[in-house]
Design a protein around this ligand. Structure first.
Ligand code: BEZ
Ligand code: FE2
Length: 407
């Protein structure tokens, strides 16, 4: 048995002072050091240090490792200029993104305390890096293809990629899963089939949804900035689906929708009524000119949400604390303490529930995944710890996965 004692522990009941966690690969108990040394007299004891805060390992539910080579290449400021630049530089960016680079990005996440991530995989190229990574990975095989002529071939390739990720299950901390690229880029026939596959195999399911104003206008009117894009690259001037048709395809299976910045109240209410969740990527939304997700409305409708980094195609780091700081700045109107606590919950217990993994909470029976951070000084009140953690943390001081110390 191992005991970690920290100045503060983030528990489901809030921050507890001078708490101790007993663990092997799973958490066995959470109590005082005295009670746990009496219970486990032979345990190894580790004190995490002055002003330490022990969190469950953080969870980044949405990242694209395949675009890790981008730093200054892609065009930011608006969604369509960005998408055009992705098409233009796609091959060179993918070429430049080898296993070593992707693995180094999983390490960047690890050092920011991320012990689980959801990898959105367009081609399956990052499977090896994800197998090698220290973290738990929900491996979202992505389906793309709006053109009916190519849909079958793309769908078959997608099925092969699912199989490849299934063969890595269990031993390698990989959970196979399915992602739908978006309403504008996936033909409804293969969309329906993919949702069925997710349901039948009980695989986590995710989809980009209503990210930009251009997407909304294209789906509603067949007009706007997407029109010349589809005419140029796909020789078509009509969308393959509508917002309603796309959204209703997921009605019977809870799905993790990414962005939803342009979703209206009715659509958000519908997501809520079907038990869906949202991945909120504030920096990506800002850089691509997509706007702000109204998290007040998301909260009001009780839609579970996670804060996630998205990929380096629309971000400058995969550090979850950079993302949380951006979220604090973006959602400027509400009470700061409430927001900070909500954001910490969104990358721990709420994210774990969304990905359906037994992590994200410091309580007996959960996997022993921990991220310990050290505040620069003693907080004046336990009520400030969430905010002060977000403001002051660049890196976790220690990281554990399944009871094993990784950092
Ligand atoms: C498509 O297959 O329709 C598509 C792919 C990438 C971006 C946009 C559309
Ligand atoms: Fe994304």
């Amino acid at each position: 048995m191992n005991l970690i004692t920290a100045d503060y522990i983030y528990t489901p009941n809030g921050f507890v002072e001078n708490g101790t966690v007993a663990y092997n690969d799973k958490i066995e108990a959470v109590d005082t050091l005295q009670a746990l040394t009496e219970k486990y007299p032979d345990a190894d004891i580790h004190y995490a240090g002055k002003n330490s805060v022990l969190y469950p390992g953080f969870i980044n539910t949405h990242v694209h490792l395949e675009f890790s080579a981008n730093t200054t290449t892609l065009k930011y400021g608006g969604f369509m200029p960005w998408l055009d630049s992705v098409i233009k530089h796609r091959d060179e960016l993918i070429q430049a993104c080898d296993n070593r680079l992707m693995l180094s990005k999983t390490k960047e996440m690890l050092h920011s305390g991320i012990t689980t991530f959801g990898a959105i995989s367009s081609f399956g190229a990052e499977l090896e890096a994800c197998v090698e990574a220290a973290q738990r990975v929900v491996f979202f095989n992505e389906l793309i293809g709006s053109n009916a002529a190519y849909a079958d071939a793309l769908y078959n390739d997608f099925l092969e990629r699912i199989k490849a990720s299934q063969s890595c299950e269990e031993k390698d901390h990989i959970t196979p899963a399915i992602a739908i690229h978006s309403p504008y880029s996936v033909h409804p026939v293969i969309l329906q089939r993919a949702v069925q596959v997710a349901k039948q195999n009980n695989l986590p399911l995710s989809a980009h949804f209503l990210e930009s104003q251009a997407e909304r206008q294209w789906l509603e009117e067949g007009e706007g900035d997407f029109k010349p894009f589809f005419e140029k690259f796909f020789n078509t001037s009509t969308p393959v689906t509508s917002i309603k048709e796309f959204m209703h395809a997921f009605d019977t299976y809870p799905t993790h929708f990414t962005h939803c910045v342009q979703a209206n109240e009715d659509e958000l209410a519908h997501l809520s009524s079907k038990g869906h969740s949202i991945a909120h990527c504030p920096r990506s939304n800002r850089l691509l000119g997509c706007g702000r997700l109204e998290i007040e409305k998301v909260r009001g409708l009780k839609i579970p949400f996670s804060v996630a980094t998205d990929g380096l195609s629309s971000n400058w780091s995969l550090n979850l604390f950079d993302e949380l700081r951006a979220a604090v700045m973006m959602h400027h109107a509400g009470p700061l303490e409430t927001l900070s606590n909500l954001l910490i919950r969104s990358v721990t217990s709420d994210a774990a529930k969304i990905l359906r993994l037994n992590v994200g909470r410091i309580e007996a029976g959960r996997e022993a995944d921990f991220a310990i951070i050290s505040l620069p000084d003693t907080p004046s009140s336990v009520d400030d710890i969430a905010l002060q953690t977000i403001l002051h943390t660049q890196k976790a001081s220690e990281v554990y996965i399944g009871g094993e110390k990784i950092v």
